[in-house]
Ligand binder design. Structure first.
Ligand code: HGY
Ligand code: MN
Ligand code: MN
Length: 413
């Protein structure tokens, strides 16, 4: 099958996966839902068609293996996530899974010197349970059983949801892969930023993945009658929050990190009540772990000073953190070689501001990522878009990356 036809097939499959959604007019596929099950059944079918052995692990991840005649050699793992944010684009996650399946289909007749496993991680975004990398963390040996008690908005715990999905929470720990049995982890993902488009390049080599810390922040004031309490006597939690959000933006600019308040909720909100309780989320990121560790407490001190000034109280809970992770120098070089031969252009090296499953998989294996250009860098948005010819280039790079990691320099069908 020609590369262009394969790229078209990947694009068609992106649309098929997008149809497995909890939203009538958009994409939402969350962990341990019917949409998760449907998408993984479809991926399992395509993996089988590509000649892969398939199985689901106890986390709910979907695996497919291109079996080698050399099972004693460490396994190459290639993956990305199948879950989405709410009102998502179609490419963030699925593109990397479908490219891996397509690459192994192209190598169907070739006996590689090691198994190659494709994995669809079932939860990277954390949309349902507000914690992220739930699919890949157990695989990377980083499972925290305390998370089984984490509840979704309906009060269903992860443990309960796993049982309803047909999984055994006590066996999640068995999904861990051994470092000594893992050759490397590769992930192809949309850039989710504008750099490749600005350079008119279809793909780029990732150098590092930003570290992140996420918090839920509660601001408490005094609820009151909107008509009777004079402004100077108010302890308005929402006005305090507004000043804090402006402070967060100024702080991030000054310290050259990124900070986002993505959620903000007024408890017992009413048009004629002075807000007494507000909860908002805070996501801060940096390529430098030291800067992230330095900025988080400093920013919280500034928010506390605003609360004091306004007679409010503030508490914060860290709900997630992921260390900044460098990509393997060796794999960056191998990616660069295949990119240069595929594009005939100078190679762009770029860091990832977004988090990926690759950042935890680096815990057990050399990790390398390839970014694919996406229109205007838009992501986490239905307008997320990728061109078929860029998918063809990425597929060519992935096939040659797999071949380059195979000493026998395997060919393709
Ligand atoms: O938030 C992130 O960076 C990723 O999309 N989960
Ligand atoms: Mn992603
Ligand atoms: Mn994402």
């Amino acid at each position: 099958m020609q590369a262009a036809h394969r790229a078209t097939q990947v694009m068609e499959r992106i649309q098929t996966l997008a149809s497995f959604s909890a939203m009538p007019n958009g994409i939402l596929r969350a962990y341990l839902t019917e949409e998760h099950r449907q998408a993984h059944q479809q991926l399992a079918q395509w993996m089988t068609q590509a000649g892969l052995e398939i199985w689901q692990d106890e986390v709910g991840n979907q695996w497919g293996r291109k079996v080698s005649a050399h099972p004693e050699m460490p396994t190459l793992i290639i993956g990305s996530h199948s879950d989405t944010v709410a009102n998502a684009g179609g490419y963030d996650g699925p593109l990397g899974i479908l490219l891996a399946i397509e690459a192994l289909d192209a190598l169907k007749g070739v006996d590689l010197p090691f198994h190659v496993d494709v994995v669809a991680f079932a939860d990277e975004e954390g949309t349902r349970f507000q914690t992220t990398l739930l699919g890949s963390s157990p695989v990377a040996g980083m499972w925290n059983p305390a998370l089984l008690d984490r509840k979704d908005k309906d009060g269903v715990t992860i443990g309960e949801a796993m049982k309803r999905f047909g999984l055994d929470p006590d066996k999640v720990v068995d999904a861990a892969r051994k470092p000594e049995e893992t050759l490397a982890y590769l992930e192809v993902h949309i850039e989710q930023g504008p750099l490749l488009e600005s350079l008119d390049l279809p793909v780029g080599v990732v150098t590092a993945i930003a570290g992140a810390k996420r918090f839920l922040i509660d601001v408490s004031g005094v609820a009151g009658h909107a008509g009777t309490v004079p402004l100077p006597l108010r302890h308005d939690a929402l006005c305090g929050t507004a000043e804090m959000i402006a402070c967060i933006e100024a702080f991030a600019t000054e310290h050259e990190i990124v900070a986002t308040v993505g959620k903000c909720e007024v408890r017992s909100a009413a048009v004629n009540v002075i807000p007494g309780q507000v909860q908002f989320s805070l996501d801060i990121r940096s390529q430098s772990q030291d800067k992230l560790d330095y900025c988080a407490p400093l920013l919280m001190t500034q928010l506390a000073a605003i609360a004091d000034k306004r007679g409010l109280t503030i508490t914060h809970e860290q709900i997630y953190q992921a260390q900044a992770v460098p990509c393997s120098d060796r794999l960056q070089q191998v990616w660069a070689d295949v990119v240069e031969s595929a594009t005939g252009k100078d190679v762009c090296y770029l860091a990832s501001g977004a988090g990926h499953d690759a950042m935890v998989m680096a815990n057990i294996a050399e990790m390398g990522m390839l970014f694919v250009r996406c229109e205007k860098g838009i992501s986490h948005n239905p307008r997320e878009n990728v061109e078929t010819q860029d998918v063809a280039v990425a597929l060519d790079c992935l096939i040659n990356m797999i071949r380059s990691l195979s000493p026998s320099r395997a060919g393709t069908d």
